[in-house]
Design a protein around this ligand. Structure first.
Ligand code: SF4
Length: 394
């Protein structure tokens, strides 16, 4: 072995030792770190994507109480698991989780595959999650490359390229693959995750003076931390104006279910329509649905930001009395629901559609129903885009 390689190996070992020693004394105490059960690690890792640890804590504990075993989750109804996910956003995550839970129960006798390649074949499990589970639960020496590791990689190396590029991710993977401790790969990955969230910070000045790997950091040595990571300019979000209707009838509120595809698929919502409508336009539209408005109140505007879209909302609270169209009464009675996810629908109402057919048309369909406030609070999964108006009602 030549002296250069020996020196490199020593450096690698030192990096890993410094990091793991720091982790031993500074690891965050988190509810999903009590064991290395793959179900626990998987649920927490999926929840943590795009969501802060302090938010996930509550959701994780509640989810595990509802579904202590993967079989419990696999057997749950969509309404049930969506309600537990309400407010976390990115609902395709939990839908894919449910598909994976079913596969694991039906095809793997309830046991997760114990290696990266097989984990990667499961719905919703990408390279990061597969590597996190494989390293934490099965000791496979693979780096789990997330935003924290990308930022640290960029600063350690003064990496000149955009960290969103796939090429950069591959280079980060190769870089950490050489450094990972083969005896403690799970701790190594979690140490870097913790370092990224508590020392090598994303939004505020990193705390380099207390960083256990500062001796390996080029950005720190060259005093250019603020220049890294490099990011190309972020695309502007599309703005969409919407009018929300809180329709009261018979001490209940009208809800609809969104289509099974697209944004916020299969979640429940207050009827809404594109554009900002005046009170007069709103009354006209509500009358067209068959409701008979007797009072209307304009509410405060609100906005919600999705990753690619911003909803700028105005809203009206509308009280109604006897229906002007008896069909509507029949439809709503037929649409009463229980929480097993089974709708008690007997009648197709193809001529009624809650979703707008054009920019100023709102009608009712077989997925609309009247709900009491208690059920809005506890049963139906209403996305956080509507939180402002939901909280107003409750
Ligand atoms: S020295 Fe500073 S910039 Fe470098 S890895 Fe540590 S915290 Fe991040």
């Amino acid at each position: 072995m030549n002296s250069l390689k020996l020196n490199y190996l020593k450096q690698t070992e030192l990096f890993s030792n410094n990091l793991l020693n720091w982790y031993e004394n500074n690891a965050r105490i988190l509810p999903w770190r009590k064991n290395t059960d793959p179900y626990t690690v998987w649920v927490s890792e999926i929840m943590l994507q795009q969501t802060q640890v302090k938010t996930v804590n509550f959701y994780f504990i509640r989810f595990m109480q509802a579904f202590p075993k993967i079989e419990d989750f696999a057997n749950s109804s969509e309404d049930n698991y969506l309600k537990l996910w309400e407010g976390l956003g990115y609902y395709s995550r939990v839908r894919n989780m449910h598909k994976t839970a079913k596969i694991i129960v039906d095809q793997f006798a309830g046991k997760f595959p114990n290696n990266y390649d097989d984990l990667l074949k499961l719905p919703g499990i990408g390279p990061y999650t597969a590597a996190a589970i494989a390293s934490i639960c099965f000791n496979q020496a693979l780096p789990a490359i997330d935003g924290n590791l990308m930022r640290i990689f960029s600063r350690l190396n003064c990496y000149p390229q955009d960290i969103k590029l796939n090429k950069t991710k591959q280079e980060a993977f190769q870089f950490f693959e050489k450094l990972i401790d083969v005896n403690k790969p799970g701790e190594f990955n979690q140490a870097l995750m913790d370092l990224g969230s508590s020392i090598c910070l994303a939004k505020t000045e990193p705390l380099c003076k207390t960083c256990p790997i500062q001796n390996f950091c080029l950005a720190y040595q060259d005093d250019v931390i603020n220049l890294f990571p490099k990011r190309s300019s972020i695309k502007k979000r599309k703005i969409e104006k919407r009018t929300i209707f809180l329709i009261h009838h018979d001490h209940k509120i009208l809800l609809g279910k969104r289509p099974h595809y697209g944004l916020l698929a299969n979640l429940y919502e207050f009827p809404n329509i594109k554009g900002h409508l005046s009170q007069g336009q709103t009354i006209k539209i509500i009358r067209k649905t068959g409701f008979n408005p007797i009072r209307i109140k304009e509410l405060e505007p609100s906005k919600h930001i999705f990753s690619h879209l911003e909803w700028q909302m105005i809203a009206y609270e509308i009280w109604t009395d006897e229906f002007s169209n008896s069909n509507v009464k029949n439809i709503l009675e037929d649409n009463s629901r229980d929480f097993s996810g089974q709708d008690k629908k007997t009648k197709k109402a193809s001529s009624f559609n809650l979703n707008e057919r054009d920019d100023a048309y709102l009608t009712l369909n077989q997925d609309c129903f009247l709900s009491c406030l208690e059920d809005i609070k506890n049963k139906w999964s209403i996305p956080s885009a509507f939180n402002f108006y939901k909280e107003y009602l409750l």
